[in-house]
Design a protein around this ligand. Sequence first.
Ligand code: GLN
Length: 447
Amino acid sequence: RSCLDRIDSVDQQLSAFITVDEKGALEQAEQADKDRENGTAGKLCGIPVSIKDLLCTKGLKTTCGSKILANFIPPYDATVVKNLKKEGAVIIGKVTMDEFAMGSTSENCAFGIPRNPWKKGYVAGGSSGGSAVSVAAYECCGSLGSDTGGSIRQPASLCGVVGLKPTYGRVSRYGLTAFASSLDQVGPFSRSVEDCSRIMEVISGYDAMDSTSVKKDVPDYQAALVSGMKGMKIGIPKEYFSAGLDPEVESIVQNGIEVLRQQGAEVVEVSLPRTDYCVAAYYIIAPSEASSNLARYDGVVYGYRKNDMDSLEQMYRQTRSEGFGAEVKRRILIGTYALSSGYYDAYYKKASQVRTLIVNDFKKVFAECDLLVSPVTPTPAWKMGENSDNPLAVYMSDILTISANLAGIPGMSVPGGFTSQGLPVGIQLQGAHFQEEKLLRAGFNLE
Ligand code: GLN
């Protein structure tokens, strides 16, 4: 009830929610009270959680931030949502996001743009902007988002909350609307690293419904929250601190490194020489996969349909022209072009080769250290609308988060401090595949 009241009082200004399920949430909360009395309380009993509107929720509208799915009500729950419910979490509503998770500010949302709760007129980050805002503004205690190129870590950093992108395959993607299937991963937002470890325990694990999910035991993530960093070696990737990095962001991250050093971590400099190529590789691979994944929105099976057209082709064309926003169309055009015969070798194949080199760079680095510490983004949050007509500038701001998705490794953003302007800045931790425990431990020691 207190979260619903909070939503009532602040969400008109913050636009974190697309749908608030007041009735459903109160019913689930009552059930949680009963479970507690009966001694059958799950791990997240009674905890209010918001869900990015890209994840299917049974009987609850799931728009993906797009006009084309404005009235779509899924007949099933995503596996992660099912897992949350099984452990007693209360699904309080669905939150704003860039259309189909394409963007870095959540300004590409057809149903309201989330606002940075720390400073009026500033972006919340994206694409999971609503997730970050709902947690930062105390509208709920945790959230699920998705990260294809930084969409959990970046808004978490810009809004001053914890966000974790797990290893590819750690968390089921069943029921997560596909953007770029080889990069997408679901993960939690929370206000503390401990809360993050609790949500991770509930959403992780093998799922027969996702062919890329991995059969691997789920560790006791809370047990990973050990005080001190003795025995841990942290690598500082020198390419992540190069020109273009805001000096205040740099100094907050350097302070974080110092905290970890004082707690016993050994600090070494390492190199990820292909960092400069990751944005280019990503913006071929992600749109290519997206152009194929989004072919299903043709007005036939579900979603928006333009009626009264003269031919089937005209119906397809008008449905997609009216249903998709500008950024989604741009991605479909780039992807279709990169995959077309004659260009496939020059673009998609080349980008895939670069991706392999990036994977190898990480393998080498993780033979030398346990985890990497760096900024999440080169700058703090910027003013809304500032980069609206410069998509390339926005793409470039993903430079420090994208490689984790290309390599499938886990990455996390932990609040590091505030700039002189009062904007939060996160510190990024990255580890080798399935080393989430190390990230949580380091994050815990940074808090
Ligand atoms: N900003 C990136 C993009 O626009 C990443 C988005 C994401 O992780 N979903 O594609």
